[in-house]
Design a protein around this ligand. Sequence first.
Ligand SMILES: NC(=O)c1ccc[n+]([C@@H]2O[C@H](COP(=O)([O-])OP(=O)(O)OC[C@H]3O[C@@H](n4cnc5c(N)ncnc54)[C@H](OP(=O)(O)O)[C@@H]3O)[C@@H](O)[C@H]2O)c1
Length: 208
Amino acid sequence: MVAYQTLHRSARVRDGDTALIIGASGGIGTALLQLGRLADLKMYGLASRSKQAMLGKYGAMPIDYHTEDFVGVMRQMEPGGLDAVFDGMGGDYLPRGFGLLKRGGVWVSYANPRSLSGMACLLGRVLWRNLLPDGRKVVLYGTGASYLNRRPFLQDWAALFELLGAGRIKPIIAARFPLLEAAQANALLESGQVIGNIVLSAPELLLV
Ligand SMILES: NC(=O)c1ccc[n+]([C@@H]2O[C@H](COP(=O)([O-])OP(=O)(O)OC[C@H]3O[C@@H](n4cnc5c(N)ncnc54)[C@H](OP(=O)(O)O)[C@@H]3O)[C@@H](O)[C@H]2O)c1
C-alpha cells in the first residue's frame, strides 16, 4: 500500500519517468520496484552490494550507498534530473539529494522519523523546500491518512488485490515466523540480511 500510494497518489508517476528509490532492497523498496516496473519507470535504487542482483531483476540500476556517492552517480546518469525520488530513509538524504530533481519533480518521503526532534527537523526541511519557487516539491506520505479518508485506501486495496490475483505482483517474503517469535524476526531484520519482507503469522487470531 505504501509503495502503490507513494507512486500513484504522491508522485503521480507516468510512463518513462525516471525515479530513484532509497532503501530499494527493503519491504517497501522491493514493492516499489515491482510496481515501478509495471508503471514503466526508469529506476535506480540504493542498496547494499550483496542485494543488488535483485534490483537488476526488476530492471533497476543499483547504486551501492556504502561505496558510491549517489549524487555524483545520478548526475552522471541523469544530467536532466529525476522525476521522482522515493525516500524510505530520511535523515540527510533530502538535503543531499533534493537538487537531483528536475523542474516539476517530486521527493516523496515515507520514512518514519526516529525521534520527535527528527520529525521537527523533517517538517522544517519540507517547509523550506516547498517555499522555494523552483518547481520541485517534497511530499510527506503517511498511512495515518486512512483514518481521515478511507476511500483512497479501499480503492487502492482493490487495485492491489487485482494485481496480486492476476500474478502481476508477488511480494517478496524472505521468512515467516509465528507472532510469538517476533523478537527473532526482528533480530533477523536487524542483521541486514533480509531482502523484502518478513511475515509474522498468528492463524489462531483469525478464528476469534
Ligand atoms: N509512512 C508510512 O506510512 C510507513 C509505513 C511503513 C513503513 N514506513 C517506514 O518506511 C521505512 C522503510 O520501511 P521498510 O519496511 O521498507 O524497511 P526495511 O524492510 O527494513 O528496509 C530498509 C532498507 O533500508 C536500507 N538502508 C539501511 N541503511 C541505509 C542507508 N544508510 N542508506 C540507504 N539505505 C539504507 C536497507 O538496505 P540494504 O540492506 O540494501 O543496505 C534496507 O533494505 C521505515 O522508516 C519505516 O518505518 C513508513
